[in-house]
Design a protein around this ligand. Structure first.
Ligand code: ADP
Ligand code: MG
Length: 679
């Protein structure tokens, strides 16, 4: 417990320093011990003065043979000295470091580290960092850790304070990983690893220490996720909802107007097996927009209803929920299911009837929005819950579903993220990936359009519209405010309406509109009463307008790859060839790469991988706001360690899901943040 004592009790420092540390999340002794370096500077080797290279950082060891301090004409304090080792002398210069007067004297033995400048026939070390030479060096002569800094807290300061703390406290960092995990994965002990990352003894051991700490982080995430999954599947009160595939389902598959893709079949096989087990399914289907997830979910629903259970489909917005309703309604024509729709806008009277129907069991399938998980709703016998774009719901959905009697749970996601990342973020679900588009679908042709081709592009679009097609125009992202974004969309709308396409009907959609207004615009667009729809980036994911074949994105360089890909997914849904035009405003190297990848690849998974490479996971998935844990050491792209950590976590859960044998681990888990993406 003593490790948790506030830092103020353990080190001598000022209130202002403590406050700054707090902004780094460092409050206690333990926090500081676990404040890991960002990177290292290799200061193991010293250069001799005669070999100083002006292009790189030099570490030199020797004696200050003279030093003087004086004010320059413009009031700066200049400290100038001469430094010497066996091979030669060099000038040293510092500005505005008054405390040097108290530390540096002629004869002081020093280590200097910094760049040298060559001018007027001689080299000068310019404001090098330094350390007074002693046996046990902290800031030089070794692999020196560099920390995440904040204003006023330097790495040097942290190293200085950490040194005595480590020596005093490190033994109190108790190992919390089970010894068999340490053995099976040849992991370094906790205390040793923490010490090693701050004070590396050698490169090999440092790497082992970093591995141990990365492993541990991923292991904890996986353990939490797998424990959650275990809990979900082993809830004592749950009724066994064993759902065997019904005969006429095979017939339905035969009678579909299309042949299922292999990926769809495989995913459905997974689901079928899951549903026959005596515990609830917990599966995530990931698949690009248009890959046919809804149909697969539809088969699972038919199966559940035929077995005598109710089903529910929940989507994050009313438009999407309604779209599911329409698709499934059509798919289920051959059956006499009682299907209902429920959303915030559903009139009370109808809602009441649906609520009664769900309770008594006369309603077989309900499709809707959050309205579905309101307290008034209860099911007679919910067998299957399908959740679309689950990450857009809050964290509570699952606990609410529990109160519905733990149905089989199927989540759908069109957000393509690499498998390893999904394993970490959604580790409590089994994963099926639909990585194949239905046959015969024409790949969307994507072009990056330079400004001087804009008029040609407009003419071409007009021509397509004359042929009956429709277009989306996405306005640039405006960071500063929603209001500005709306304003720019309105401007774009007016410009296109008056100056470019005076003969076409143009619609406008933005986030400040009432949802009724939005719905009616979307409806008009669906019915081809609007030829061109101008929209801000807020337009809904998954809107299905097969006749829209053109997606024009303004300021395309401002968007991330996954978002561009989501936009593009609005077209290419029908029989006609579709096109995506990217209009960049300014192009940096990263955005050029992104847009080029867009033109080259149609697979969202491929693009997600590229995005991950270009930007790292933090930016893409908005680490902080999304609640993805802010990993200190591990990388969400380190698939090898992720797999090993998951395997290790599974071993422990298989052995003791409640972790009673491992109290320290249990404690650790309850004190780390949730893995789930929060709203
Ligand atoms: P998603 O939800 O994955 O975006 P949907 O399930 O809505 O995709 O399917 C998109 C469209 O493709 C729908 O019109 C659906 O009927 C159709 N579709 C689904 N599977 C196939 C298939 N195997 N072959 C042809 N069309 C398909
Ligand atoms: Mg969908």
């Amino acid at each position: 417990m003593i490790l948790h004592q506030p830092l103020s009790k353990a080190i001598k420092t000022t209130k202002s320093h403590l406050d700054k540390l707090q902004t780094l999340g460092v409050n206690s002794v333990k926090d500081l011990l676990l404040h890991f370096p960002r990177t290292y500077e290799d200061k193991r080797n010293f250069t001799s003065v005669s070999e100083i290279n002006t292009n790189e950082i030099n570490n030199i060891k020797g004696t200050l043979i003279s030093i003087f301090h004086r004010k320059t004409k413009n009031g700066k304090l200049m400290s100038k000295g001469i430094f010497e080792d066996k091979t030669g002398k060099i000038d040293v210069l510092w500005f505005n470091q008054p405390y040097l007067q108290k530390i540096l004297f002629p004869g002081t033995r020093l280590v200097l580290s910094g760049k040298a400048k060559y001018a007027f026939g001689k080299s000068t070390m310019q404001s090098p960092s330094f350390e007074v030479l002693k046996k046990d060096l902290t800031h030089s002569g070794r692999l020196v850790p560099v920390y995440h800094q904040t204003e006023g807290i330097s790495s040097k300061w942290i190293r200085e304070k950490l040194k005595p703390l480590i020596n005093e406290w490190i033994k109190d960092l108790e190992e919390f990983l089970p010894s068999k995990i340490l053995e099976d994965y040849t992991l370094m002990n906790y205390a040793e690893a923490v010490k090693e990352v701050h004070f590396p003894s050698e490169e090999k051991r440092l790497n082992r220490a970093k591995y141990r700490l990365s492993f541990e982080e991923l292991f904890i995430l996986q353990l939490k996720a797998l424990q959650k999954k275990w809990m979900w599947q082993n809830i004592e009160t749950h009724e066994r909802k064993i759902i065997k595939q019904s005969e006429n389902l095979s017939k339905l598959i035969e009678n579909l107007p299309f042949t299922l893709t292999n990926a769809q079949i495989k995913t459905y096989e997974n689901i079928k097996e899951d549903m026959q087990k005596p515990y609830p399914m917990s599966r995530l289907i990931q698949g690009d927009v248009g890959s046919g997830k809804t149909v697969v979910a539809g088969l699972a629903i038919i199966n559940a209803i035929n077995a005598g259970y109710q089903s529910a489909v929940m989507a994050p917005t009313e438009i999407l929920a309604r779209q599911h309703y329409n698709t499934l309604y059509k798919l289920f024509k051959p059956y006499s299911f009682n299907i209902q729709f429920i959303a915030g806008s559903t009139p009370e009277k109808i809602k009441k009837n649906i609520v009664t129907g769900l309770k008594t069991g006369t309603v077989d399938l309900v499709i809707g929005t959050h309205a579905l998980i309101q307290e008034t709703i209860s099911f007679k016998n919910l067998g299957l819950a399908v959740i679309d774009e689950q990450h857009r719901f809050g964290v509570k959905q699952r606990s609410v579903l529990k109160s519905f009697g733990t149905p089989h749970l199927l989540s759908l996601s069109a957000t393509p993220i690499p498998r390893t990342l999904a394993m970490t973020l959604y580790g409590d679900q089994d994963l099926s990936i639909i990585d194949e588009m239905p046959a015969g679908r024409l790949p969307i042709i994507t072009r990056v359009v330079p400004e001087n081709k804009r008029t040609d592009a407009y003419l071409w679009i007009e021509n397509q519209i004359m042929k009956g097609r429709q277009a989306f125009v996405i306005c640039p992202l405006v960071d500063e405010s929603d209001v500005l974004e709306v304003k720019s969309a309105i401007q774009e709308y007016e410009y296109l309406n008056n100056a470019v396409f005076p003969n076409q009907t143009i619609g406008l959609l933005h986030g400040k509109m009432k949802s009724k207004e939005k719905d009616s615009i979307m409806e008009d667009f669906k019915q081809n009463k609007i030829n061109i729809l101008v929209s801000t980036s807020v337009i809904e994911v998954g809107i299905d307008v097969p006749n829209a074949t053109i997606m024009l994105i303004e300021g395309a360089d401002r968007f991330g790859l996954s978002q561009l890909h989501q936009f593009r997914g609005r077209v290419g849904r029908g029989e006609h060839q579709s096109y995506c035009f990217l209009f960049p405003k300014n192009q940096g190297e990263d955005s050029r790469k992104r847009l080029k990848s867009m033109a080259e690849f149609n697979s969202g998974f491929k693009l997600a991988e590229i995005d991950l490479e270009i930007r790292g996971p933090g930016e893409i998935y908005g680490l902080r706001q999304s609640g993805i844990p802010d990993l200190k050491m591990a990388s969400l792209t380190d698939s090898d360690t992720i797999s090993k950590a998951r395997e290790a976590a599974q071993k422990i859960i298989d052995e003791d899901p409640h972790l009673d044998k491992y109290p320290r681990l249990k404690n650790k888990i309850s004190s780390t943040d949730d893995v789930y993406i929060k709203d």
